[in-house]
Design a protein around this ligand. Sequence first.
Ligand code: IMP
Ligand code: MG
Length: 183
Amino acid sequence: MRMDRDIAEVLYTQEEIQRRVAQIGAEITRDYQDKDNVVLVGILRGSYVFMADLSRHLDFPCRIDFMAASSYGKGTSSSGQIEIKKDLTDPINGAHVILVEDILDSGNTLDYLSKILTARNPASIRIATLLDKPERRVKSVTADYYGFVVPDAFVVGYGLDYAEHYRNLPYIGILKPEVYETP
Ligand code: IMP
Ligand code: MG
C-alpha cells in the first residue's frame, strides 16, 4: 500500500496483532468473569483501533467510554504536560475501570489519568496497553495487560500516529526517520 514506503520496518503484522489481542482478551475475560459494572475507558485518539478489537474479545458485558488526552503536540517525544481534551461521558464511581491505551511510553499520560480517575472512587483501575516502551519510562506506571514490548523507536499504525497520520495503517511499523526529520 502507499503508506508502506514511509515505513522502515514492520514490527507487528495484522495477523500477529490479532493473535495477541485475542490472548489479552482471554486474559481479561478470565480476570473479570465475576465482576459487575466494568467500564473500558479508551484514551483517544490512539486507542480507537485496539479498543474496537480488544472489546470484541471480552466475553462479559461492559460499558465503553472515552477520554481524550494529549501530551505530544506534533513532535515525537512527550512534553510531560498532559491536557484533558475530552472527559468521560458517564460517572465511574463503584465501577471496575480498565484504561485502554495504545502505548505506554514515558508514563506521563497514564500516571496523570489514573490519579484523576482514582479520585472519582472507582472500585478498581487497571491498565491495558497494546504496546509498552519501558526504556522511556519517567513515571513508575506499569501495565496490568500489554501486547508487545517495543524498542525505543517511533512507531506508527494500528491507531498510533505521527502528526495525526498513519493511524489507519493496519499493521505496526517503525517510521523512516526522514519522514519526520525533513523540514
Ligand atoms: P506517555 O505519556 O509518554 O506514556 O505517552 C503516551 C502517548 O504518547 C501515547 O498515547 C501515544 O499517543 C504517544 N506515543 C508515545 N510513543 C509513541 C510512538 O512511538 N508512536 C506514536 N505515538 C507515541
Ligand atoms: Mg499520539
